[in-house]
Design a protein around this ligand. Structure first.
Ligand code: GLN
Length: 482
C-alpha cells in the first residue's frame, strides 16, 4: 500500500474502495511478506470485524481521516482480548483485559488494526534482534536489521503492508528504525501521547508515536493519538494543535540549527553527505542554516544508559511469576519462583539492563551513578533551551550509519548503544523529534532528524512535509513493496 492516508481516505469516500477491501489487501500483503517477521500476531478476524464497522461509519458523513485505514500496533500497546507480548517470553501468553489509550483512540477513529508488530524485547534494542520472536528483516536488504526497537512497525510501512504503524521511542526507537527503513517517524513531546496501557520500559522517557511514509500521514495519526488522559498522570493537559492545518505553511525564514556535535567522528561519510544535501534543499525552501553547539551532547549516551536501565529495573520488578506473565514450573519456594521465573522469562539484553539498573540504584552507588546522570540530564536539556533561543529546529543525521547487517553488532552492547548517539538526548530533554528519509548511502536509506522545542510537533511536521513536497525520498519503496 504505497498510497498516503489522504489518498486512501479520498478513495474510501469516493467508494472506489472499502475498508474491508483495504484490510483484505493489508492482510494478504502481511502474509506475502511473512519472511520479514515483522508481525508477532496477525489478527485477521479482529481486523475484518473492525473494517466492517469502519465501512458502516464511512457510509455516513463525517468519518475521520483514519476511518477504514489499516495499520499495525507495536506489540507494546495493550489490546483488550488480543495477546500482547512486548516480544518477551515473559508475556508470551499475556492477554490484556483492557486497551491502551492509544489503542482506544485509534479504534475510536475507526482505523483498522491488522495485528501486533514485532519489536525488541521490552523495547530494549536498536536492531530488533532482541525479540523472543526472532529478528525482523529490513525490506531494503533482508540481510540487514530494520533498526529497533520499533523495527516491525518500520518494516511493515517500508514494505507497503500498511500505510502506518504505531511505535514507541524511549531513546530513538521510532526515529532510528524509520531512518533504517526509509520511512518517516515522529517521536512526540514527552506527555503529548498517553502512556496508559503502553508497557513501561523507562517511564520518564517513554513516548508513543508513529511511523508512516510521510509527514502528512504522521500529522493525521498524531491528531488521533494525542491528548490529555486522566489515566496517565504525566500526560500533558493542554490543547492538541491542528497538525494537518499547519502542514502547508511556507518555510521562509525558518532557522535551522546545525549542531556541530551531531556531525562529529563516527558519522559515516555517506550519511553525512546525504544529510548535507538535504540541508541545501531546506535552504532552497527559504530556511537559513545557523551553526550551533550542544556542548554536553557526548554525555547523552552515558546518562541515558544509566537512567533508562535504572527505571527499567524498577518497572520490570513486577514480573515476578505471581500476578501475570510467565511462571516457572514447580516452584520450590518464593525465592525459587522469583529467580527461575525471571531467569526463564527475560532475554539477555533485558537481564543486562536489570543488572546495570539495580546496581546504579543501589544504596552505595545511587549518588555516583543515578543522581549524577540526572544532573547531566538537566545540562543536556539546558543546552537545547539555549539553542532554541536562536533557532527554530535543530537538524542532523538520525543515525551515524545506515542499517547494519544482522549479527554485526549484537555481540557488542557498547557498539549497539553507540547507534543511539543522536537520538537519546531528545528523550532526556523530553522534546519532539522527527526522522525523515533524506537520501541513500550504499543503497540503504538515510534519515534526517529534526528536533523542536516541547509541544512544537506542528512545526516539525510542517518542516518535514514541505521538504517532502520538494523531494521524493519518502516515496521510494524497496523491491517487492506492496
Ligand atoms: N536503543 C535504545 C535502547 O535500547 C532505545 C530504545 C527505545 O527507544 N525504546 O534503549
Amino acid at each position: 500500500m504505497s498510497s498516503s492516508i489522504a489518498q486512501l481516505a479520498q478513495a474510501l469516500r469516493e467508494r472506489k474502495t472499502s475498508a474491508t477491501e483495504l484490510t483484505g489487501q493489508a492482510i494478504a500483503a502481511a502474509k506475502n511478506r511473512a519472511g520479514l517477521n515483522a508481525l508477532i500476531t496477525l489478527d485477521e478476524t479482529g481486523a475484518l470485524a473492525a473494517a466492517g464497522r469502519a465501512d458502516a461509519v464511512l457510509a455516513r458523513d463525517g468519518a475521520s481521516a483514519l476511518a477504514g485505514i489499516p495499520f499495525a500496533h507495536k506489540d507494546i500497546f495493550c489490546t483488550n482480548g488480543l495477546r500482547t507480548t512486548c516480544a518477551s517470553r515473559m508475556l508470551n501468553h499475556f492477554v490484556p483485559p483492557y486497551d491502551a489509550t492509544v489503542v482506544e483512540k485509534l479504534a475510536g477513529a475507526h482505523a483498522v488494526s491488522i495485528g501486533k508488530a514485532n519489536m525488541d524485547e521490552f523495547a530494549m534494542g536498536s536492531s530488533n534482534e532482541n525479540s523472543f520472536h526472532g529478528p525482523v528483516k529490513n525490506p531494503w536488504d533482508t540481510a540487514r536489521v530494520p533498526g529497533g526497537s520499533s523495527g516491525g512497525s518500520a518494516a511493515l510501512v517500508a514494505a507497503g503492508v500498511v500505510p502506518f504503524a504505531t511505535g514507541t521511542d524511549t531513546g530513538g526507537s521510532i526515529r532510528q528504525p524509520a531512518a533504517f527503513c526509509g520511512v518517516t517517524g515522529l517521536k512526540p513531546t514527552y506527555g503529548r501521547v498517553s502512556r496508559f496501557g503502553m508497557i513501561a520500559f523507562a517511564s520518564s522517557l517513554d513516548c508513543g508515536g508513529m511511523l508512516a511514509r510521510g509527514a502528512e500521514d504522521c500529522a493525521h495519526v498524531l491528531a488521533a493519538m494525542a491528548g490529555h488522559d486522566v489515566r496517565d498522570a504525566t500526560s500533558a493537559n493542554r490543547a492538541v494543535d491542528d497538525y494537518v492545518g499547519a502542514l502547508s505553511k511556507s518555510l521562509q525564514g525558518l532557522r535551522i540549527g546545525i549542531a556541530r556535535e551531531y556531525f562529529g567522528a563516527g558519522i559515516d561519510a555517506g550519511v553525512g553527505a546525504a544529510v548535507q544535501d538535504s540541508l541545501k534543499q531546506y535552504e532552497k525552501l527559504g530556511a537559513t542554516l545557523v551553526d550551533i553547539s550542544l556542548p554536553n551532547a557526548a554525555l547523552a549516551i552515558p546518562a541515558y544508559y544509566v537512567i533508562a536501565p535504572a527505571e527499567a529495573s524498577s518497572n520490570l520488578a513486577r514480573y515476578d511469576g505471581v500476578r501475570y506473565g510467565h511462571r516457572c514450573a514447580d516452584p520450590k519456594s518464593l525465592e525459587d519462583l522469583y529467580t527461575r521465573t525471571r531467569a526463564e522469562g527475560f532475554g539477555a539484553e533485558v537481564k543486562r539492563r536489570i543488572l546495570v539498573g539495580t546496581y546504579a540504584l543501589s544504596a552505595g552507588y545511587y549518588d555516583a551513578y543515578y543522581l549524577r546522570a540526572q544532573r547531566v540530564r538537566r545540562l543536556i536539556a539546558n543546552d537545547f533551551g539555549e539553542a532554541f533561543k536562536t533557532v527554530d529546529v535543530i537538524a542532523g543525521p538520525t543515525t551515524p550509519t545506515v542499517a547494519f547487517k544482522l549479527g554485526e553488532k549484537n555481540a557488542d552492547p557498547l557498539a549497539m548503544y553507540a547507534e543511539d548517539v543522536n537520538t537519546v538526548a531528545v528523550n532526556l530533554a523530553g522534546l519532539p523529534a522527527i526522522s525523515l528519509p533524506a537520501g541513500f548511502s550504499a543503497g540503504m536509506p538515510v534519515g534526517l532528524q529534526l528536533i523542536a522545542p516541547a509541544f512544537e510537533e506542528a512545526h516539525l511536521l510542517n518542516a518535514a512535509h514541505q521538504f517532502q513536497l520538494a523531494t521524493d525520498w519518502h516515496a521510494r519503496t524497496p523491491e517487492g513493496a506492496a
